[in-house]
Structures are given as C-alpha cells and as structure tokens.
Design a protein around this ligand. Structure first.
Ligand SMILES: N[C@@H](CCC(=O)N[C@@H](CS)C(=O)NCC(=O)O)C(=O)O
Length: 212
C-alpha cells in the first residue's frame, strides 16, 4: 500500500507509527504541502483525497482511505497485532476519548498548512497572535490529556495504544511552536518512552524521505 503524506504532518505521522508498529510494509509518497502552491491541491491528488489533506492510504486495489482516525481503525481491524485498542469497551472508550481531544479539539485548530496561514492571510493575525492562539489551544487540550493519562510507560498501560499515536505528533507540534509544557510531566514521560521504540523512531519526521 502507499501512504501519501508530508514528513511534518501530524496526521500522517500517526498512521506511520501504526504501520511500523504492526510491521505492515508500505511505500511513502511525499505530498509537499507548500511547494507548487501545495501539491495536495493538484488534481491527481484531489482525485484520491477530495478534502485536499494528508494522509491518504491507497490500498493495493487502488482504494483510497482518508482521515487518519478512519485509517488507524481500519489498520487495527485488518492487522490486529499488536492491537491499538484493548478488547474491553470501557478501556476502548477512555483511549478514544484522549485521542479525540487531540484529533477533534486541538489538531484542527493548529493545522500549520491550513488554519494558521488562514489566520494570517484572512484575519490579519501577526506572528505573536498566531503563537498565542497555538499555545492556547494546545495547552487547553494537553492539560486535559495530562489529567487523563493513567500510568504505566504509555498513556494507558505497558504498551502503546491509539492514544500514544495521537499524543507524540501533537507534542512535537507544540514544541515546534515553543508552547510551554514543563507542567505536564506525565506527557513528557510517555513521549520519552514512545521515542525509545523502533516503530516511533522510524515514523519520526526526520526519518522520512522528504524530510527537510
Ligand atoms: N482530521 C484529518 C486532518 C488532516 C489534516 O489536517 N492534515 C493536514 C496536515 S497535518 C493537511 O493536510 N493540511 C493541508 C491544508 O489544510 O491545506 C486527519 O486526521 O487525517
């Protein structure tokens, strides 16, 4: 299968972690979100992903899957080992709850290729205003995440779950924008444990063929 993504995209990063954790072979197809006016807006890519976002996972039969939450759940259903969600419904709901804080309430507001340029271009926000916006929405979500982490090396226990796949890229984005995170020790501990795993290392932006 082919993963269309961008090295620094948090949403594509989540999917790369899952593919590496599960040992699913895939080809990376870089889609540059800035070059050429944004390669995600080119007609050939829009035919795969009408929303003009990354990631898109294209299966061997040509089927294109969009939206990282849907792709991750599909991967977990088709390649169940190791699982990204436990079998117990209550635990699944807690993990999905943490993931949704990031995927629904934080990441969409700080999308560096879409929302932030819009704030600058249409709302005439300057750099300081954008930095304050990014810090506010990151901290609002991440403080809740900190309170929800249950313990163990990862967000929920002794092995990575869907929650960790969302957390790691979001923390990288927050650090890139110099959002203060010193008061979030549980998050720091989990991210350090994730960073030590081979799958997370291989999925990291700097390890990608299109890294700049
Ligand atoms: N909810 C989507 C978010 C996808 C998304 O926003 N991707 C960003 C990069 S992280 C993107 O393609 N931005 C381009 C744009 O907004 O024009 C997912 O999880 O797949």
């Amino acid at each position: 299968m082919k993963l269309y993504g961008y090295w620094r995209s948090g949403a594509a990063w989540r999917v790369r972690i899952a593919l590496h954790l599960k040992g699913v072979p895939f080809e990376t197809v870089p889609v540059h979100l800035v070059r050429d006016g944004g390669q995600h807006k080119a007609p050939a890519y829009v035919a795969l992903n009408p929303q003009q976002r990354v990631p898109t996972l294209v299966l061997d039969d040509g089927t294109a899957l969009v939206q990282s939450p849907a792709i991750l759940e599909w991967l977990d259903e088709v390649y169940p080992s190791p699982p990204l969600l436990p079998t117990d419904p209550l635990s699944r709901a807690k993990i999905r709850g943490l993931a949704a804080i990031i995927s629904c309430d934080v990441h969409p507001l700080i999308n560096a290729a879409g929302v932030l340029p819009y704030l600058k271009r249409e709302m005439k926000a300057d750099e300081a205003a954008i930095a304050a916006w990014v810090a506010h929405w990151n901290r609002a979500g991440l403080q809740a995440v900190e309170a929800m982490i249950e313990g163990g090396d990862f967000c929920f226990g002794a092995s990575p779950t869907l929650a960790d796949l969302y957390l790691v890229p979001q923390i990288a984005a927050a650090r890139r924008f110099k959002v203060p995170l010193d008061d979030l020790p549980k998050i720091a501990r989990v991210v350090a444990h994730c960073a030590a795993l081979e799958a997370f290392k291989r999925a990291a932006p700097d390890a990608q063929i299109d890294a700049e």
